[in-house]
Ligand binder design. Structure first.
Ligand SMILES: *Cc1c(COP(=O)(O)O)cnc(C)c1O
Length: 342
């Protein structure tokens, strides 16, 4: 085989272009986009009658898209609020619906109210929940049963960390930046029979039906984020899939909660059944030690441990990308810190 043939062969396999340079409608990018969707479908066992959309505007955009795609202005929807993101979703929903009922809420946000205490609205268009509240570290232990009323769930900080039965939901959405890839992308998984209910004023970019029809390409999608998401899906598959991630995540979380509970120096207020596997907030016995903890942790190479500015304290977000050794390093540091300051 001559050299020039070799070169031509190579050109056939690789375009020589960065994904950033590709046209989103060109066959090279279409291939990237389709294989990312196929991989996600495989990882989450997404049933055939669900559409997967790759959109922009983050989870916050979907707070508005959910009512605009599922309800008329004069209709009703129920929200179960178990932390700050659910509160935000409800506030946004209230702009687009005359009747947004808080079916249940926890105060303080340290547990999920049991379903037999919820006050659901007969004839509501949907029930909205946040499957994992990222800031408070509160996770639904079981998926509620809302019968014929579609369940809409924000799964931004739990997607791909443990198996989710997609068929329990009408719609799921997740900002990419926690467990999927770079920010700038939001993944929406919606049951086909819910498409076509959008009110006429729904902006095109958030209209699920129009996006499903155009393969999420009714305008330029976030191509680079979509590409990286596909690589992350491949990585999750290479780790053994979502069940294998869940096993590691379960171990990571169990070790960290055990270290907190056994210390008497650190504390986590969340009901054990509702403790998040992804986000572990904790406090130290004397609040004035918190800045000291954070500064010393940083010096030890342990960063991003500040609690969300709305709640303070500390929070270890131990997403899929955090290896078990990272959690062990944090636990070792916490024990050592307690010895010196406890
Ligand atoms: C991070 C997060 C959000 C906010 O996502 P944006 O993409 O920044 O809008 C919403 N909900 C949950 C559960 C989150 O973890």
């Amino acid at each position: 085989m001559s050299r020039s043939t070799n070169r031509r062969e190579t050109a056939k396999l690789a375009t020589g272009m960065s994904v950033m340079e590709m046209s989103h409608r060109g066959s090279d990018f279409i291939r990237i986009a389709e294989s990312a969707e196929a991989r996600l479908r495989e990882l989450m066992a997404i049933p055939e009658d669900y559409r997967v959309l790759f959109l922009q505007g983050g989870a916050t955009g979907q707070f508005a898209a959910v009512p605009m795609n599922l309800s008329a202005q004069d209709a009703a929807a129920d929200y179960v609020i178990t932390g700050m993101w659910g509160k935000r979703a409800h506030a946004e929903g209230a702009k687009f619906l005359d009747r947004v009922n808080v079916a249940a809420s926890s105060n303080p946000s340290t547990y999920v109210p049991p379903q037999d205490e919820w006050r659901l609205t007969p004839g509501a268009d949907y029930v909205h929940i946040t499957l994992n509240e990222t800031i408070q570290g509160v996770r639904f232990a079981t998926v509620p049963d809302t019968g014929a009323v579609p369940l809409a769930a924000d799964v931004s900080s739990i997607i791909l960390s443990e198996p989710i039965d997609v068929s329990d939901f009408g719609v799921l959405y997740a900002g990419a930046q926690k467990n999927i890839g770079p920010s700038g992308l939001v993944v929406v998984i919606v049951r086909e029979d819910l498409l076509g209910r959008a009110r006429a004023t729904t902006p095109l970019v958030w209209n699920w039906f129009e996006n499903a029809k155009s393969g999420s390409m009714l305008n330029t999608p976030p191509t680079y984020a979509w590409y990286i998401a596909g690589l992350v899906f491949d990585w999750v598959a290479g780790q053994g899939g979502v069940a294998a991630m869940a096993e590691v995540n379960g171990r990571k979380a169990a070790k960290l909660y055990a270290a907190i509970d056994q210390s008497g120096f650190y504390a986590n207020p969340v009901a054990p059944a509702n403790r998040s596997l992804m986000n572990v907030p904790f406090t130290v016995a004397q609040p004035d030690l918190e800045p000291v903890f954070l500064a010393e942790a940083r010096a030890a190479g342990l960063v991003n441990l500040e609690g969300h500015r709305s709640v303070g304290g500390m929070r270890a977000s131990i997403y899929n990308a955090m290896p078990e050794a990272g959690v062990e390093a944090l636990i070792d540091f916490m024990k050592e810190f307690e010895t010196r300051h406890g």
